[in-house]
Ligand binder design. Structure first.
Ligand code: PLP
Length: 445
């Protein structure tokens, strides 16, 4: 049997191997943030199925998913309750448009989300990826001021090191890096104030808001953790001070909880640590437990109300995505929201986060090759300290971990550890031992 006319392995005869699948992949798939000329040399894992927190490749090799499939998987893979919710919804309807019409399971999900999110009188605008949720927030914030008849409120404050996704608006908020400088000409300018690597970031952000209040549409932050920057962490009180400044200056606060939402930091939402209630909240990644692409922009009632007006009139938010509010995703997200708030899970996150923190402090932080270990809940960044540039330590340490059956992916020279919330004590032990061994191997080579 051949596929697409090419000379490829016969995947029904039992003779296929990872290298065949890598070749087939390389021939037709274009992977994001991946140099395709080097893709095959970097020993990519080609996943076929999963059990619990383990991904299983085409040759039956198992990998502990210690990055939660790029931070989306909350409860693990093949979760019986989520599988069942998906199957039940399949018997009803897979998708119907939210433009002008509704869908029962989407209403149920929005009701459940509205009751769970730290947003007053919440209204939920669905999309599919985190970047789209951010893009929606930007446009809502912009039009909010137009609809209210307030001129000149069209700029955004974003932090140093920020990352909010890869669409052009989200990219503009982002502080570059990851090879995205090539798009600088496409970025619209924002007012940049330092990120969480500056201990004075909150004072500076507050001062920026006060100075520019009359021209700002919104301030956009990643509450508590700047994930893509390598898990730079901040204190809840600092976020609260920035939120107060926004309220005083009447500037909208957008909390991008695409990465921090759904239990990662030890609370359902990172804003909860400081009682912060943003005007706009962006959700994605863990919304469906990592099952299906769904994101959402949650608007506070006073923001939503500014868009009410005559039918077909200019106050309408003229924006919407084809797959917004997909019913299959909504059914999974609704069941997931129930599961992720379970007390046993919440206490598991607290216990495993404490264990992970202690083990990293004992076994990894003291290593000469490690500059700093940063953690909030189950979000960890281990910053390596290569003696010279260009050694690709992050890449090589993660490759050594993958060879030992623990799937990791770095951000530059920061090794990210972000296991599912259901991770066990034994698995935490295994991840830390593996990281320590992998660092040892790379340093010795
Ligand atoms: C804080 C934050 N916002 C937005 C995004 C973009 O989400 P997506 O990749 O689903 O577009 C990410 C992705 O890592 C993120 O960390």
């Amino acid at each position: 049997m051949t596929h697409g006319g090419g000379a490829v392995a016969d995947d029904t005869s039992g003779t296929s191997s990872a290298s065949d699948w890598v070749a087939r992949d390389r021939a037709v798939v274009w992977h994001g943030f991946t140099q395709m000329a080097a893709f095959a040399e970097n020993a990519p894992v080609i996943v076929e199925r999963a059990e619990g927190r383990e991904l299983i490749d085409v040759d039956g090799r198992r990998y502990l998913d210690a990055i939660s499939s790029l931070w989306v998987t909350t409860l693990g893979h093949a979760v019986p309750e989520l599988d069942e919710a998906l199957r039940r919804q399949l018997d009803k309807v897979a998708h119907s448009t939210l433009l002008g019409n509704g869908n029962r399971v989407v209403v149920e999900l929005a009701e459940a989300l509205a009751a769970a999110v730290p947003v007053d009188d919440a209204h939920v605008l669905f999309a599919s990826d985190g970047a789209s949720a951010v893009e929606q927030a930007l446009k809502i914030a912009f039009q909010y001021w137009v609809n209210r008849g307030v001129p000149g409120r069209d700029r955004y404050v974003a932090l140093g090191n920020a990352y909010h996704g890869d669409t052009v608006g989200a990219l503009s908020l982002g502080d570059g890096g990851f090879g995205t400088d090539v798009f600088d000409a496409l970025r619209f300018p924002v007012i940049r104030t330092p990120g969480y690597d500056d201990p004075g970031w909150a004072d500076k952000a507050v001062a920026t808001v006060e100075r520019h209040a009359g021209e700002l549409a919104a301030v956009v932050v990643e509450p508590l953790v700047q994930g893509a920057a390598g898990m730079l962490c901040s204190e809840p009180g600092d976020l609260a001070r920035l939120a107060d400044a926004c309220r005083r200056a009447e500037v909208l606060l957008v909390a991008d909880e695409v990465a921090t939402g759904f239990g990662r930091t030890g609370r359902l939402f990172a804003c909860e640590w400081s009682g912060t209630r943003p005007d706009l909240l962006c959700l994605g990644k863990g919304l469906t437990g990592g099952y299906l692409p769904m994101s959402a922009t949650v608007a506070a009632g006073h923001v939503f109300d500014a868009f009410l007006g005559e039918d077909l009139g200019p106050r309408t938010f003229s924006h919407g995505h084809s797959f917004a509010g997909n019913a299959l995703a909504a059914a999974v997200a609704l069941e997931h929201l129930r599961l992720v708030r379970d007390e046993t899970l919440v206490s598991n996150v607290a216990a495993r986060a404490a264990q992970l923190g202690q083990l990293l402090e004992d076994e990894v932080a003291p290593l000469g090759a490690v500059r700093e270990v940063r953690r909030r809940g189950l979000m960890v960044g281990i910053e390596l300290a290569p003696p010279t540039a260009g050694l690709r330590w992050g890449r090589r340490v993660c490759a050594a971990a993958v060879a030992r059956g623990v799937l990791l992916r770095p951000l530059g020279d920061v090794v990210v550890v972000m296991p599912p919330l259901t991770v066990t004590a034994d698995e935490v032990d295994r991840v830390v031992d593996t990281v320590a061994d992998a660092i040892g191997e790379v340093v010795a080579s």
